[in-house]
Design a protein around this ligand. Structure first.
Ligand code: SAM
Length: 277
């Protein structure tokens, strides 16, 4: 893991504390063993119920990759990559080089271990950094990718300004996110926040405007709320040993509220791709 840019990480933020846990790797390894796997030699399919930390899981990642037309030649940055499941899928299925950043040192360490365990560490670089202060030169990437991270970030203009800065001209931004619905407030806890002070949901129309101000041209803007509710009804969260409940505290209550918030129109699901002007 590249930890040479700690200046990018705001010290001791409550968001970092929310996600971090010192026993993360041990928990993941125990869960994999309980599922009959060798934790140091796994396939990305063995991990897919626990390393895609967003609504829609792997199907949502694959759908966004198609929409963004990911190619082998793309240099891709995943902002707020968590355990790195999407990065591994993109590296394996498309053969592209992926850099991941995350605010949680524990997540970065676990991601790096899972990259090794799946034989993908040559294609993925893990960096511990803050989305609001990316340690990369201007124009370093062809694609900036982010799923379920901006909900923890109050400074959305700063978030998309940084994403725009590190993209080359003509590069793409691919997002899969939760936005505010017409009914407020939302029920807590949710997977990205135990309490309202860590949750920063914008309305879809506000995000659209912020992206425009950051000089992005929106090429796809899909509200997938109905499809997400339908797929959750058809296929509830798996309860096998290697799931998100392994390492996300109080996950059953968070998952219940997520569904309630969707059904009551308190949150909506946004899939979008934008191009740099
Ligand atoms: C709900 S998880 C999503 C993880 C991953 N994108 C996925 O879909 O599997 C949100 C992630 O965003 C990260 N995060 C939140 N705020 C961040 C920030 N300011 N900079 C970098 N990462 C951040 C968290 O540490 C966490 O790993």
């Amino acid at each position: 893991m590249n930890t040479s840019q700690p200046m990018g990480v705001s010290a001791g933020t409550a968001v970092e504390a929310l996600y971090s846990r010192a026993d993360l790797r041990a928990r993941l390894a125990d869960a994999l063993r309980a599922a009959g796997k060798n934790p140091d030699r796994v396939s990305i399919d063995d991990l897919s119920h626990m390393d895609e930390f967003h609504l829609g899981g792997r199907a949502a990642t694959a759908g966004l990759a198609d929409l963004a037309a990911i190619q082998a030649a793309d240099r891709l940055l995943d902002i707020g990559a968590g355990l790195g499941g999407p990065a591994r899928l993109l590296a394996r299925n498309y053969g592209c080089q992926v850099t991941t950043i995350d605010l949680s040192a524990d997540y970065c360490e676990a991601a790096e271990w899972l990259n090794r365990a799946t034989g993908l560490s040559e294609r993925i670089t893990v960096v511990h950094a803050d989305a609001l202060n990316l340690p990369f030169a201007d124009g370093s990437f062809d694609v900036v990718w982010s799923q379920h991270t901006q909900m923890n970030i109050a400074d959305k203009r700063g978030f998309y300004r940084e994403a725009r800065r590190v993209l080359r001209p003509g590069g793409r931004l691919a997002i899969w996110d939760v936005v505010a619905g017409p009914v407020q407030p939302i029920h807590f806890p949710v997977p990205w926040a135990d309490t309202p002070d860590l949750s920063f949901l914008a309305q879809s129309v506000e995000l659209h405007q912020i992206l425009k101000e950051a000089r992005f041209e929106v090429t796809a803007w899909n509200d997938l709320t109905t499809q997400t509710i339908e797929s959750l009804r058809a296929q509830p969260a798996p309860d096998g040993p290697a799931g998100l409940h392994t390492y996300v505290p109080n996950f059953p209550a968070k998952a219940t509220n997520l569904v309630l918030n969707l059904e009551e129109q308190r949150i909506r699901m946004l899939q979008a791709v934008c191009t740099c002007e």
